[in-house]
Design a binder for this molecule. Structure first.
Ligand code: DQB
Ligand code: GRF
Length: 203
């Protein structure tokens, strides 16, 4: 299955997916990496792996939907069948999310539905919870509210900072994302009509 990965930064989740696709039994290939920011480390990771890249700078577009439709055109140009958001920090408009419904994944650095939004680790520390983690979910129009595919639990340790938490959660992300990608690409899991996860019935 041809996958497009959207990034905005360091791309450590992209790297984890790249490593996963090197497994010959893996049914996923990364066809294109798109970043909305120039010069980010994730673009270098893609190029090092021989994967085509495109920068689509959202600041050059008059509206969110024009930016989104340019992203969509590039995904079509590379015959992408599934899209992974990996540290992609732009909100996607309704038409894009509807078109890719059930084929659009994201990873969030908390145990959803808790701690949605851009500062999850800060919220985790402020809440004083003793476990956190990451969630790979189908993207719905409502931010960080799509059906959850895979979660991994990570302990919050005494003295943790946002940085130490981010580092420990990312270790879990790099296991969770490839696992979720495999489940969807292999057809084991799909998004049901009711917006909930649907597991392929085992004969
Ligand atoms: N419609 C839809 N689109 C998304 C796009 C990115 C992400 C990744 N997680 C994100 C969650 C929140 C943000 C956010 O609030 N950024 C600051 C505003 C930037 C902007 O103006 O765009 C970005 C990505 C998730 C979603 C989602 O759940 N639904
Ligand atoms: N979506 C969130 O943004 C970060 C991306 O990191 P990277 O994959 O660019 O290193 C990760 O923490 C992920 O949970």
């Amino acid at each position: 299955m041809r996958v497009g990965v959207l990034i905005s930064g360091t791309g450590t989740n992209l790297q984890a997916i790249i490593e996963h696709t090197k497994d010959p039994t893996c049914c996923v290939e990364i066809a294109i990496v798109i970043s909305n920011k120039t010069g980010v480390e994730g673009l270098k990771k893609a190029t090092r792996a021989g994967i085509p890249t495109r920068v689509i700078d959202h600041k050059l577009y008059g509206s969110r939907s024009e930016f989104d439709s340019t992203v969509d055109q590039v995904l079509q140009e590379f015959a992408v069948e599934m899209v992974c958001l990996a540290g992609f920090m732009r909100i996607l408009s309704g038409p894009f999310v509807k078109k890719w419904n059930g084929k659009l994944l994201n990873i969030h650095p908390s145990l959803l539905p808790s701690f949605k939004g851009v500062n999850a680790h800060k919220q985790v520390l402020q809440a004083g919870v003793r476990v956190t983690g990451c969630s790979v979910h189908f993207v719905a129009e409502e931010i960080d509210a799509g059906a959850i595919i895979v979660q991994k639990v990570v302990p919050v340790l005494v003295g943790d900072s946002e940085e130490s938490l981010c580092e420990r959660v990312k270790e879990a992300e790099h296991v969770a994302y490839p696992a979720a990608l495999h489940l969807v690409a292999s057809g084991a899991i799909r998004l049901g009509e009711d917006g909930k996860i649907c597991w392929k019935e085992q004969k």
